[in-house]
Design a protein around this ligand. Sequence first.
Ligand SMILES: [Ca+2]
Ligand SMILES: [Ca+2]
Length: 189
Amino acid sequence: MRKFRHLLVVITLILFSVEGLNPTAGQSPNLHCVITVEPLQPGQVSSTTSNRTCFNTVAESVAFATNNRIQLPATASASDVSQALRGQVGNRSTLADIVIGIHWDWTNRQNASIVWRSSVGCGPATFTVNDMTPNGWNDRAESAEGFSGCNHFFQYEHINLGGAVRDCNAYCSDLGVLNNQVSSWRATS
Ligand SMILES: [Ca+2]
Ligand SMILES: [Ca+2]
């Protein structure tokens, strides 16, 4: 029994020390995540998505998302980020480093975010994520922005592009009745 207790203590210490590696642990860490999304292929109902990689600041998440093409100070605001992304060059890359859209937890690009990136922008490609639950973003977004030719960033109330829909065009500062309701999305040129 004592051995088990020791084991538990060791496991707990390991978990705490991993958390302790995070320099800003305790200050809402890892709020800003990046997911790679593949272009929708013929016959697919949803794009293939990667696991999330998360950071403490949106400057870090965007640097990661763009393979360091866009590097901003840690204090960069969400609108600084948006402006930098609007100026990103090209819409096709050998790397999955093109940001195609961002969802924000609150209105006006505030609080946590999820950055969607790919190797190509909209036009050459379209994107559909038919269920945001595995990405941790079901019924969460309150603002949304499309980039890289994704001029129609559709937000849907339910999974599988169901229920009410809103086309954000380039940007929805406030998803209105769809606040904390969005469960799937589609991006096209
Ligand atoms: Ca929210
Ligand atoms: Ca929903």
